[in-house]
Design a protein around this ligand. Sequence first.
Ligand SMILES: Nc1ncnc2c1ncn2[C@@H]1O[C@H](COP(=O)(O)OP(=O)(O)O)[C@@H](O)[C@H]1O
Ligand SMILES: [Mg+2]
Length: 289
Amino acid sequence: MSQSIIQTEKLIFRYSAEEGAAPTVLDGVSLSIHPGQFVAVLGHNGSGKSTLAKHFNAILLPSGGKVYVDGIDTCDEDRLLDIRRQVGMVFQNPDNQIVASVVEEDVAFGPENLGVPSQEIRERVDAALAAVGMTEYARHAPHLLSGGQKQRVAIAGVLAMRPRCIVLDEPTAMLDPVGRKEVLDTVKRLNREQGITVVLITHHMDEAAQADRLVVMHDGHIVADDKPALVFQNVDGLRTLGLEVPEPVALLYELRQNGVDVPLTALTVDECAGVLKKLLRGVISQEQI
Ligand SMILES: Nc1ncnc2c1ncn2[C@@H]1O[C@H](COP(=O)(O)OP(=O)(O)O)[C@@H](O)[C@H]1O
Ligand SMILES: [Mg+2]
């Protein structure tokens, strides 16, 4: 099997170096993310998602255990640039990530810092803006864009560094439904078409449902790690952790609670409609007998 792009081994983290001075925020997290995967991370506030994400490109370093990015130990200071080149981060607030007053200059900022030659920067900026569907806004002022457009510019800025993996920490939390869809569609396309590994931290169940793999965090631990359709079948378990399930699953769960024999595997409205149609056909044909 190919080497993990991100691997944590029994990762422990406290926000203070002094033993006992701060709570253990990550408590033995072991996780391997493989190239090309689209992984969603779910968990209620304070469960450690952002802290974990910041270990993925050495913004934070472990208090215990290990983190490797493409096999490089993130504690290896000499390799920090290699790590940052491979894993790009996108955060919640698009306004905090914009550094220039023209979109294309903003996107060029990362590769400029990496010392990329100017001809290549041009090519990278053009390709990155095209990849997020923002080419026509290259000469615009970022602060006049919508939230979804700003986040797409932030993603372009990360893409211009040619990372193998993008980690997005609740990138849609401040966006309206249109912006959310723009960002999610962009991220999915980058994963499918360019094979970029995606780690998406989100509190939207419908976004988590679209990933290949869903990791659930609780109190600094990983409590579930499987295909979304399988994780969301554990409706009671998730509710105990203060998490909901996608609405189609919640509906089918209600039916099951009322004695209707339906599977809980439908994550989308279409899949749920399929299950209900099958059920209703059965009911109708029985009544006709
Ligand atoms: N800079 C910080 N200093 C001290 N404690 C922090 C800091 N950032 C987060 N925490 C604490 O770490 C825990 C996990 O936080 P975080 O990783 O932000 O969780 P999530 O992203 O899942 O909401 C919380 O208890 C939070 O209060
Ligand atoms: Mg967070």
